[in-house]
Design a protein around this ligand. Sequence first.
Ligand code: SAH
Length: 266
Amino acid sequence: MEISKQIRLLIKKYSLYPSKRLGQNFLIDRSAIFYIRDAINPVSDRTYLEIGPGFLFITNSVAERAKKIIVIEKDKRFEPYYEDARHENIEIVMQDALKVDFSQWDVEELFGNIPFNISSPLIVKIAKTKTINRGVLLFQKEFAKRLLAGPGNKDYGSITIFTDFFFKKQFLKTFPPHFFYPMPLVSSTLINFVRRTDTQSVNENLLFCIVKGAFSKRRKTLFNALKKDFDGDILKNAIINAGLPIEIRGENLSLEEFIRVSKNLY
Ligand code: SAH
């Protein structure tokens, strides 16, 4: 039976009417599910974490090849379904993924077709959870563009640089809206994240404070955007000593350049 049909029947049986607030757009395309599984490339002696498993279609496909999958689902309405659909190597955690500590498990890799409204806080949380070394995540295409943009691009922003600092990011594939039920308005993009092993030792708080400041006033020069937070001369020297023109805009700086400026500021 087609997955879309199965999901429609399950929705009825368990009165699980898709919630917009919880970003419930279930993946109903079998080839996309296999594509995600192959991208994760599960191995039989490893445990994986999944955020937002819904009806477990991606989960089951990965679980066939993995030691175990720990899934975190916030919507309590799935509980009766999970009781009926018991699986040996799937551990269900009924909690909000933004509130659980991922480092409590011996897991390095995670995946998920995640709710779009938590994309940003979730990726920040994953970046800060140092036990997680890799993620295969499906995002709204527009959000994925922000993660993958380069300097000077309109989609380039603080979330790009924040994630660049922690991860190597790789575009994998874009799936059209009709691969999901209910059908969302936009396409989704799958990205592979691998934690950098060459992360520079910098004052991270200072770095991200500069990055945020630079993008809060996109149209201004970096100097003008930051001058209320720093002594003018010190800031000017930091920009010049980083090898940058004083009139440069923050949106044109690479991660490396932001790091150089921040290192010159302390
Ligand atoms: N992975 C499934 C479901 C995707 S829909 C599939 O591809 O078909 C997104 C899922 O994330 C839903 O099951 C939703 O209930 C769940 N979810 C939403 N917010 C969450 C949160 N904060 N923590 C954990 N799960 C969440």
